[in-house]
Design a protein around this ligand. Structure first.
Ligand code: ADP
Ligand code: MG
Length: 499
């Protein structure tokens, strides 16, 4: 265990009475990527007219019986395996009873004492965002459990002055609740954990991880304590739906709890909401008002039993996951952990990189993908799948650099032309006469012209060899950036008798 990283001085918060440590555990709700719902054949499709994806089971018509969707079970097992977790061969579905208009059954089918997945682990940077973090110390965040449950419908309050409406399209959609241990020690670690979890789910294809669509959201549990002391009373902040808000909610809540304790009060265990407009958390319900859900095993469903073979077959088909991919990129392509980390954050960008790097210099490929391509994509707000420059085109540009046909500087111009107009990089270079000038005669001619026009500068350069750079710049300019910079340097030194 890396207890040093957890209680590391960098994570402490200053209070009037000295340093405080914040302790965080997350309950993440991830919508299972599946065509139909957990216990019915209705579609899970996002959007759609209200109440158009509702089966009789979802509407809880009398006599309807739930039938488990095997695809959702497989997704939960695959996720468990991706989280290095224990898959339980027997798990049980329970009824969690409560009344709400968007829950026609009067209970949610969930898993309580016997979830489908038990303990696991997710690795993150212990000091995320520090720059050195990508190659620095790791933190193992414990997973307590993962269970399957139904989502509820949605109440619509703004459509009518007197009535509320209910949309049951989401009712019965499968969710995975992924509960972490209280192993996180800062807002940044919690954010890194959720990003990492999202990346893993997206690699596995078990959840789209689109927080804006609400298919990944988190309940954030926060407490504070004196470093090394016993755990404090926690508050749970419900339904935080962006990584930025998770960070802000934790910071606001930790500060609130520290202020209460330092004023001589005690923190009450309660459920709170984050008000993103005001940047504060506010009380939703206290422990006394907590629900008694009267959990009991759903008599309509048998215990879910899996075989070893079933789990083994799913394990065999798992894709390479981000940590393994990152390690392989560092090892095989000699990338820095930082570049490798950026490339594996999305499966699509890792695949783009590998298509370009195959048979070429890995470091150069990474440089171009991370700096030029991602820089340009970010500027336009595009995903890598929508890149106007294909892997083949970028590869062709790198080949032109490697063969000495164009300089790195001209390559950026070619990249820009391909981005805007498309086309074959080699054709573009030929048609526009962008080949690098390595012909010494042509370069010498350009140098002579610059020297003849600037006698004063020649004297400067002789007295101070650092002034040479100015000449290099002029020659490059007069050749439209096409001269081979190394050749220009050498010839200039000779001509100015500096060599
Ligand atoms: P519940 O089911 O009532 O929400 P759990 O024991 O399942 O309670 O815990 C829920 C979450 O709270 C877990 O993610 C856990 O890591 C976190 N947690 C538990 N104790 C603390 C604490 N003292 N401070 C912060 N988080 C905590
Ligand atoms: Mg909870």
């Amino acid at each position: 265990m890396q207890s040093d990283a957890r209680s590391g001085a960098t994570n402490l918060i200053k209070g009037a009475s000295g340093d405080w440590e914040v302790v965080i555990g997350l309950e993440v709700h991830a919508q299972v990527a599946s065509k139909s719902k957990l216990f019915s054949a209705a579609a899970t499709e996002f959007g759609g007219e209200p109440n158009t994806h509702v089966s009789l089971v979802d509407a809880a018509m009398p006599g309807m019986l739930p039938v488990i969707n095997e695809a959702c079970v497989a997704q939960a097992v695959r996720t468990g395996l991706g989280l290095n977790a224990q898959v339980n061969l027997v798990s049980v579905f329970d009824r969690k009873n409560y009344f709400y208009p968007d829950l026609p059954q009067g209970y949610q089918i969930s898993q309580y004492k016997r979830p489908i997945v038990g303990e696991g682990v997710v690795e993150i940077d212990a000091d995320p965002g520090s720059g050195s973090g990508a190659g620095g110390e790791r933190l193992e965040v414990g997973i307590e459990r993962l269970h399957l449950e139904q989502d509820a419908g949605k109440s619509l309050h703004d459509q009518h002055p007197e009535y509320s409406y209910v949309d049951l399209n989401r009712a019965g959609v499968a969710l995975m609740e992924i509960v972490s241990k209280p192993d996180l020690r800062s807002a940044r670690q919690a954010q890194a954990y959720v990003s990492k979890l999202r990346t893993i789910l997206r690699y596995l294809g078990t959840c789209e991880g689109d927080m804006e669509k609400g298919n990944l959201r988190a309940d954030v549990n926060v407490s504070v304590r004196k470093p090394g002391g016993k755990l404090g009373t926690r508050c749970e902040i419900k339904n935080v739906n962006s990584i930025r808000f998770i960070g802000q909610a934790i910071e606001a809540e930790a500060r609130r709890q520290i202020d209460i304790i330092e004023d001589g009060g005690t923190v009450e265990q309660e459920t709170r909401l984050f008000d993103s407009a005001r940047g504060v958390t506010r009380s939703m319900r206290s422990k006394e008002e907590a629900h008694d859900y009267r959990y009991f095993p759903d008599p309509d469903l048998l215990p879910l039993e899996l075989t070893q073979e079933y789990v083994a077959a799913l394990r065999k088909d798992l894709p390479e996951l981000p940590d393994a991919k990152k390690a392989r990129f560092v090892r095989d392509y000699k990338l820095s952990p930082y570049d490798a980390g950026v490339l594996v954050a999305e499966r699509e960008s890792a695949e783009y990189f590998e298509a370009v790097a195959k048979g070429r210099d890995g470091k150069t490929a990474a440089n171009w993908v991370v700096n030029e391509l991602f820089g340009r994509l970010n500027k336009e707000g595009l995903e890598v799948e929508a890149s106007p420059v294909s892997t083949r085109q970028l590869g062709a540009i790198l080949d032109l650099i490697a063969s000495g046909a164009i300089s790195g500087k001209i390559a950026k111009e070619v990249f820009e032309i391909v981005w805007k107009e498309g086309g074959e990089p080699a054709d573009i270079v030929e048609k526009r006469g962008l080949e690098q000038v390595t012909d010494t005669g042509a370069i010498e001619k350009a140098i002579d012209t610059v020297i003849a026009a600037n006698p004063g500068k020649v004297a400067d350069a002789k007295a101070n060899p650092k002034a040479l750079g100015w000449f290099v710049g002029q020659v490059m300019k007069s050749t439209g950036g096409k001269a081979n910079p190394q050749a220009v340097n050498e010839l200039l030194k000779k001509k100015l008798s500096l060599a």
